[in-house]
Design a protein around this ligand. Structure first.
Ligand code: DX5
Ligand code: ZN
Length: 233
């Protein structure tokens, strides 16, 4: 289970302090949302901000590019200290090249998919990625409600991963709270991006621990169901 607080949620005037809080919270990754005001109707931050927070923690930096032209940002983000970069499958025929460029920069490769996009679109790329990021809200803003219709996508991704013996992570991003994290884990998610829910807690470490616990519990339940349905595993 990976728990990744999203740095979109806290007050941008306190980014250094909040990064320190995440560093001490027991979280696994720090999720960094870059928005260009074109791919999504909002603007957040770019490589310079990532470069500024990089010395404050040794956490794995998971950069989520909600940008129409990620090709101009891959190298700057790599230099700023990203460990993984996620680009969106909605970019169509540019996707293959972008995934290769991320890999060539020596970074982990992530592919994100928006709620209205059919999960079949990610299928051709599954053997080229380290992480699949299933958006559970329409990207652009924190604090939105989880879209339950995205749950079957998680199940489908997990089935494909098993059938093809692949190892990519299955992440969920948007509206992930303690209830929806459990629902996602039950469906097969193993990586939980959460902004508002985690940061609104005074005790971030306790919130991270709680999310890890509910997710692990739901994943175990799912495993037990698999055991009872086919009896042999
Ligand atoms: C949404 C971003 C998310 C966002 C999640 O466009 O990609 O990473 O920070 O925030 P919450 O958890 O508040 O929905
Ligand atoms: Zn994100």
């Amino acid at each position: 289970m990976i728990i990744a607080p999203s740095l979109l949620a806290p007050d941008f005037g306190r980014l250094a302090k909040e990064t320190g809080r995440v560093d001490r919270s027991g979280a696994d990754w720090l999720h960094l949302d870059s928005m260009d005001g074109h791919f999504v109707p909002n603007i957040s931050f770019g490589p310079t901000v990532v470069q500024r927070v990089r010395p404050l923690t040794r956490l794995f930096f998971d950069v989520h590019l909600m940008c129409s032209k990620p090709e101009i940002l891959l190298e700057p983000f790599a230099e700023a200290g990203a460990n993984q970069m996620n680009i969106h499958v909605e970019l169509g025929d540019q996707v293959t090249q972008l995934l290769w460029r991320i890999k060539a920069l020596g970074k982990k490769v992530g592919l994100a998919i928006n709620p209205p996009t059919a999960i079949s679109l990610v299928h051709p790329y599954l053997n080229q990625i380290d992480s699949l990021l299933i958006m559970t809200v329409n990207p652009g803003f924190g604090g939105q409600s989880f879209i339950y219709e995205t749950l079957p996508k998680i199940q489908q991704a997990r089935e494909w991963r098993e059938a093809r013996n692949l190892r990519f992570r299955i992440g969920v991003d948007g509206g992930v709270d303690f209830k929806t994290a459990a629902d996602c884990a039950h469906a097969g998610a193993d990586t939980f991006i959460s902004g508002t829910t985690l940061f609104q807690r005074r005790n971030l470490a306790a919130a991270v621990k709680k999310m890890r616990k509910v997710a692990a519990g739901a994943a175990r339940l799912n495993r037990a169901e698999v055991l009872t349905t086919d009896g042999h595993r």
